[in-house]
Design a protein around this ligand. Structure first.
Ligand code: BG6
Length: 466
């Protein structure tokens, strides 16, 4: 089977992880510019000041994407390039930079797929409480509107937020992302609510502008499965799916919180402050979403956790194992599964099973795989970067997409993470994901990896030979 002609083969990146030029041409400072410079926060104190200098090399990078045959490129806009203070004055140099990126893509027929928020919040807003402060909702929607108006004539695919569960949980529970707060459930659930309202309001604004493109939200997709048939463990998987999936999709697609979660949060006194108007915004816009994006890396294998005093907490870098923050379940490393060097399970089958769960709950909503890839330390053989483990990984997952489509799941595109080796938030440059290698010892020179030509071939024959 070939992938249908309207299926987009793409690859992805995010502004902070590639652009650099962190203080150039009027860009404001982001929360990551500040956080990454706090001692001990990132791997080997890496930061995005230069990253891979895509800001100055975007022409070379997009030319390589075109050479690879990429049909679509997913990238994010850095909010503080557009609004250095998060709100107020627009920085025209920021608009110009993204106009250049978009035009460069279109020059080669590459469809731009734009994420508005991939975690780099203007520090000016973080200082006033960031996602806890409801003013950030209005600041975000004003930023979204400016982007729709500036770029919407050429950009027809919009993602509001990337992985709400990740930046809020690491920000307010695990303390591993800004604002580096630990175990504050009240703030965690409040931040989630505020993000979801900002999303729904942006969808409303986008549809009012009648630009005839599509808009949705991306979440990390970690479907949970019980490790066995034990009823307690099945209950644990249900709990995990409610807190990690449905909490993030129900308000978007059904306009309400899953009862299972909201009842428990109310009992624990950590249900967010919501207004009638906000709940109405969620409700009246939920049917306007055109798609949801799935960043799929791994599933969760879960068991009920009865050892509530256990100190073994879930890792901030995503490795399987450890107790969930509310203590209810733990994720388990299974001997019969494969794992990456960073302890992430490799399972294409779980992706298919997971999408079926989504279909059961949300019907035929269009899906894009907005990220999927293998983080590895790529072997260098002679002069070549032989990332065959990556091509095997992507092949398995593209086959899983085919299988899901065969079973009636509405998947319309696949974006490999990442188009080029880039800065990992917590793993520096050591964990590679790209089709293009960046030589940090040689002036950030770009080099095609084995996977580059492999993916080009896959795109050329629309996946027929997989
Ligand atoms: C996703 C993010 O969660 O995972 C990306 O959207 C990130 O920005 C990717 O780089 C891989 O994460 P890591 O920790 O392996 O670099």
């Amino acid at each position: 089977m070939k992938f249908p002609n309207d299926f987009l083969f793409g690859a992805a990146s995010a502004a902070y992880q590639i652009e650099g030029a962190y203080n150039k041409d009027g860009k404001g400072i982001s929360n990551w510019d500040v956080f990454s410079k706090m001692p001990g926060k990132t791997f080997e104190a890496t930061n995005g000041d230069v990253a891979i200098d895509h800001y100055h090399r975007y022409k070379e990078d997009i030319k390589l994407m075109a050479e690879m045959g990429l049909e679509s490129y997913r990238f994010s806009i850095s909010w503080c390039r557009i609004f250095p203070n998060g709100q107020g004055e627009v920085n025209q140099a920021g608009i110009k930079f993204y106009n250049n990126i978009i035009d460069e893509c279109l020059k080669y027929g590459i469809v731009p797929f734009v994420t508005l928020y991939h975690w780099d919040l203007p520090e000016a807003l973080e200082l006033y409480g960031g996602w806890i402060n409801k003013n950030t909702i209005d600041a975000f929607t004003a930023y979204a509107e400016i982007c729709f108006k500036a770029f919407g004539d050429r950009v027809k695919h919009w993602i509001t937020f990337n992985e709400t569960v990740v930046f809020t949980k690491l920000g307010y529970i695990q303390g591993a992302h800004p604002p580096a707060i630990e175990n504050d459930q009240k703030k965690y659930f409040q931040a989630i609510h505020n993000v979801l309202v900002a999303h729904a309001k942006s969808v409303e604004i986008y549809k009012e502008l009648k630009q005839y493109g599509e808009i949705g939200i991306t979440n990390v997709f970690t479907p949970a499965f019980s490790i066995d048939d034990n009823l307690d463990n099945i209950d644990a998987a249900n709990h995990a799916n409610n807190y990690e999936l449905y909490l993030f999709y129900d308000p978007v697609l059904k306009g309400e919180y899953p009862e299972y979660v909201s009842n428990q949060l109310k009992e624990r006194g950590v249900f967010p402050e919501t207004t009638e108007e906000e709940m109405d915004i969620l409700k009246r816009n939920c049917e306007k979403n055109d798609f949801i994006g799935l960043n799929y890396y791994q599933p969760m294998r879960v068991a009920r956790n009865f050892d509530v005093d256990s100190k073994e907490k879930a890792s901030a870098t995503g490795a399987a194992g450890g107790a969930y923050f509310d203590g209810y379940f733990k994720t388990v490393v299974l001997l019969d599964k494969k794992y990456t060097k960073w302890g992430w399970e490799i399972s294409a089958e779980a992706f298919v099973e997971g999408t079926k769960m989504l279909k059961e709950r949300y019907g035929d909503i269009k899906l894009y795989v907005t990220e999927n890839g293998l983080g590895d330390i790529d072997p260098i053989v002679g002069e070549e970067i032989m990332d065959t483990a990556r091509t095997e990984f992507i092949e398995e997952h593209l086959k899983a997409c085919k299988e899901a489509i065969r079973q009636g799941i509405n998947i319309k595109g696949y974006y490999a993470w990442s188009v080029i080796d880039l800065l990992s938030w917590l793993n520096g440059y050591k964990k590679q994901y790209g089709f293009i290698y960046v030589d940090h010892d040689n002036n950030l020179a770009r080099k095609k990896k084995y996977s580059f030509n492999w993916y080009k071939g896959v795109i050329e024959n629309r996946g027929e030979n997989l």
